[in-house]
Design a protein around this ligand. Structure first.
Ligand SMILES: [Zn+2]
Length: 286
């Protein structure tokens, strides 16, 4: 938490603060997705799967490489916590921190969800975001963040002392266990920091604390992705509902989320190929 208490202010404090920031990771050299090609392919795609995620639960879905998956708000405003895995190797998982470093705190159309080391390649590309109009509000809040982690029973026990079993972390653990056949002890370490779909978040300007506010999502809104590699997704309908008040309890009003998978014909993606794992040789200077 940001505090200025108990520190000596140097004479040149204002000058030091006035130094202009530099973008840590300029993205001009990042390979860019061919969104026009994706849109043409999407226009010819047909729906092949539908999964409805019940409130305060999670569910898994399969999105083959070259397919599209859409997460929609249905019935009422609801936030979703999304995990992604390479379907053939569950160790290759979404890397929220590096995605944040590359694309910023909140994702929208054209941004990508990157996988962990040593793969570090695009897993999915956002092709449509009906909440893109929201931008950044007066509080510094925006939607679809990669700054939160996922609500979890450990932090809840730390802060409230209670035992709550429908945090996104537990929901995702149960869903991954059911999908893979692993025991809970094997599935839990696979669950990772999420993309907070539809959640509206930011950091307070005065203390730098993570905040949430009522999601602007309404039924009919959606976030749609192109699967760059063969994916298993796990989506939790957060117990926080629209995250306007609290999470990690049964007090918020919650709604289901809808996941739909669409597959284009093979010839629609002839100029596209799935991204290869990262090019670093992994010798680490030895
Ligand atoms: Zn949650």
């Amino acid at each position: 938490m940001v505090s200025q208490a108990m520190t000596m202010r140097p004479d040149d404090a204002d000058a030091r603060r006035a130094v202009a920031p530099v973008i840590c990771y300029p993205t001009e050299t990042l390979p860019q997705p061919d969104l026009a090609l994706y849109r043409r392919a999407r226009a010819r795609a047909v729906k092949v799967e539908e999964v409805r995620v019940p409130p305060r639960e999670a569910a898994c879905f399969h999105a083959p490489a070259g397919s599209f998956f859409r997460i929609s708000s249905v019935e009422g405003p609801q936030v979703g916590d999304l995990n992604l895995f390479h379907a053939e190797n569950l160790s290759e998982r979404f890397y929220s921190g590096k995605t944040r470093a590359l694309h910023g705190t909140h994702l929208t159309t054209g941004d990508r969800m990157w996988s962990a080391f040593p793969w570090l390649r695009p897993m999915a590309t956002i092709v449509e975001d009906t909440l893109a109009w929201y931008g950044i509000d007066a509080f510094g809040g925006s939607v679809h963040d990669v700054i939160g982690t996922r609500c979890d029973p450990y932090t809840n026990a730390l802060l409230s002392g209670g035992q709550y079993h429908h945090c996104c972390h537990s929901n995702l653990t149960r869903a991954v266990a059911a999908h893979t056949g692993l025991a809970l002890e094997g599935a839990e370490p696979l669950v990772h920091d999420v993309l907070n779909v539809f959640m509206c978040t930011g950091f307070t300007r005065d203390t730098g604390q993570y905040f949430m506010k009522a999601s602007p999502v309404r039924p009919g809104d959606y976030l749609e992705f192109f699967a760059e590699i063969d994916l298993v997704g796990a989506l939790s309908a957060c117990p926080g509902g629209d995250c306007s008040t609290e999470h990690s309890s049964d007090s918020a009003r919650c709604y289901p989320l809808l996941v739909e998978v669409f597959t284009p014909p093979a010839d629609a993606l002839e100029s596209w190929s799935a991204p290869a794992p990262n090019g670093y040789d992994r010798s680490h200077g030895t």
